[in-house]
Ligand binder design. Structure first.
Ligand code: PEP
Length: 268
């Protein structure tokens, strides 16, 4: 018990400004390579002054065009998934070494759409995250509860467990390249956003879980994003929360102006 409260004190005294806020766009299955280049060219001047990390996770086929368009800017390019094996008979999959070789720096793993439609489980999310980290990519690991689970009152336990399983076998050193995105499933693509308090509460639970696993220093340093219908109107309040370090943005990352407003909110 004493350790637990010490951990909490340690977390509370940490200044949020010492962590890097990151706004990552998740384009999902949108934009051809030509559209990707055009959207990035439109975004570049709008986010050039960002005082936070700016990442765009694009469809696999857009990666070369996106990397080319983002060259020389502060926009980093990410993918939306990676397989856990380096190569082999896995038709339709892309491996972490392939992404690394192209110049990709980030990869989303365990997005709820991958869990819901493509059979990703906590175990495969862990394997994908480890493959990403072993290949020097930054893994944006998604966790979050369904509406039913929230109504059952098990959000905190569930998200803590998802976080623990996702991080099994991940070393303290590798944690420097881990971002956790708290994405309540009921808020993704629904226009229904978690309140700032709900978002902060669960991000804090994740931080506490990471502190238990790796110590307060790592818990305090890890970037924990909120994702779920974040937009130009609600971003200010969400990203201002003490334990929310930016966001993973779906729909609003497809519009240069809206995305740049969110980046500005995280830069304050
Ligand atoms: C997402 O795809 O991770 C997401 C949060 O989507 P949206 O912002 O559209 O809810």
């Amino acid at each position: 018990m004493e350790n637990e409260s010490n951990a909490k004190d340690g977390l509370q005294i940490m200044n949020k400004a010492l962590r890097q806020a990151i706004i990552a766009g998740n384009w999902k299955m949108n934009n051809t390579p030509a559209q990707a280049a055009s959207l990035i060219n439109e975004m570049k001047p709008l986010v050039a002054d960002a005082d936070c990390g700016v990442v765009l996770c694009v469809p696999f086929v857009d990666i070369p065009a996106a990397l080319e368009a983002a060259k020389g800017s502060n926009i980093k390019i990410g993918a939306q998934n990676c397989h856990f094996e380096a190569s082999g008979a896995f038709t339709g999959e892309i491996s972490a070494p392939m992404l690394k070789d192209m110049g990709v720096e980030y990869v989303i793993v365990g997005h709820s759409e991958r869990r819901t439609y493509f059979g990703d489980t906590d175990i495969t999310v862990n394997k994908r995250a480890r493959a990403a980290l072993e290949n020097g990519l930054t893994a944006i690991i998604c966790v979050g509860e369904t509406l039913e689970q929230r109504e059952q009152g098990i959000t905190d336990e569930l998200v803590a467990l998802q976080t623990k399983i996702a991080l099994q076998g991940v070393t303290a050193d590798q944690m420097k390249k881990v971002i956790i995105a708290y994405e309540p499933v009921w808020a993704i693509g629904t226009g229904r956003t978690a309140t700032a308090e709900q978002a902060n509460e669960v991000c804090y639970v994740i931080r506490e879980t990471i502190s238990e696993l790796y110590g307060c220093k790592t818990g305090n340093a890890v970037t924990i994003q909120y994702g779920g219908s974040m937009n130009a109107k609600n971003a200010d309040e969400l990203v201002a929360q003490p334990d929310v370090d930016g966001g993973l943005i779906g729909g609003a990352s497809l519009k240069a102006e809206d995305f740049s407003v969110i980046v500005k909110a995280a830069s304050k």
